[in-house]
Design a protein around this ligand. Structure first.
Ligand code: PRP
Length: 213
């Protein structure tokens, strides 16, 4: 009989950027050292803390987990509500706290009861459409990939739906909040098959993280 192959490490997909740094700090408190994933900035896969870590764009994390290319991932509620991936979300890691808001220029408020054609620019078209439908509002949704605050300044849109943390970006661009759509934090995602096939390892990691939250 051939000797059993050692199982591959669990694969964790981390989002690039601020949440990556916060996740490394959280995992460190839980006794899992992912520090090398921050220092080797050009490498896309890392063996760290007993895990295989992929560093990908935040919007891509649910895709890796849903398809099983990663067993685990970390993604914000903003991305999850937009993508609605088929994954488990067993733990709110409370990282990357911010809000998704509707905003408009101070000096050009939209009259919601008016009959004018309103355009809303956002990185989150699905969430924005659901929000508008829920309010009985009619507007054209314009998809952007970044610097959404520029849209009302250039005449591309009347309003935006975007994330706000300190509020500084809105302030510096003459925009004010009109409504909060949701509070956002990052959650741990688990692939369904991984939860069944590698449940003990996943549970052990969940316990360590829960203990330091
Ligand atoms: C995010 C968000 C806002 C800004 C909010 O953008 O989309 O633009 O941060 O932060 P603040 O309230 O603290 O100013 P990000 O830096 O991710 O870049 P992007 O706009 O290109 O997506």
């Amino acid at each position: 009989m051939s000797p059993a192959r050692p199982p591959r490490p669990l694969v964790l997909a981390l989002p690039k950027g601020r949440v990556h740094e916060e996740a490394v700090a959280l995992f460190r408190r839980a006794g899992v050292d992912l520090g090398s994933t921050l220092s080797e900035t050009r490498k896309l896969t890392h063996e760290a803390g007993g895990l295989r870590v992929l560093v990908v764009r935040a919007q891509d994390v649910p895709t890796y987990v849903a398809h099983g290319a990663a067993d685990l991932g970390i993604a914000g509620r903003d991305v999850l509500e937009e993508e609605r991936p088929d994954v488990y979300e067993p733990l709110d890691l409370k990282l990357g706290a911010c809000r998704m808001v509707v905003a408009e220029p101070h000096d050009r408020p939209v009259d919601e009861r008016g009959l004018v054609h309103v355009r809303v620019a956002t990185k989150y078209p699905q969430v924005t459409r659901r929000y508008l439908e829920g309010r009985g509002l009619f507007a054209e949704v314009i998809k952007l990939y970044g610097s959404v605050e520029l849209a009302p300044l250039t005449g591309l849109a009347d309003r935006i739906v975007d994330l706000v943390s300190s509020g500084e970006t809105l302030r510096q661009n003459g925009l004010r909040e009109v409504d909060t759509i949701m509070h956002v934090t990052s959650r741990l995602l688990v692939n369904g098959a991984s939860l069944k096939l590698r449940g003990r390892e996943v549970d052990a990691l969940l316990r360590r993280l829960r203990a330091v939250l």
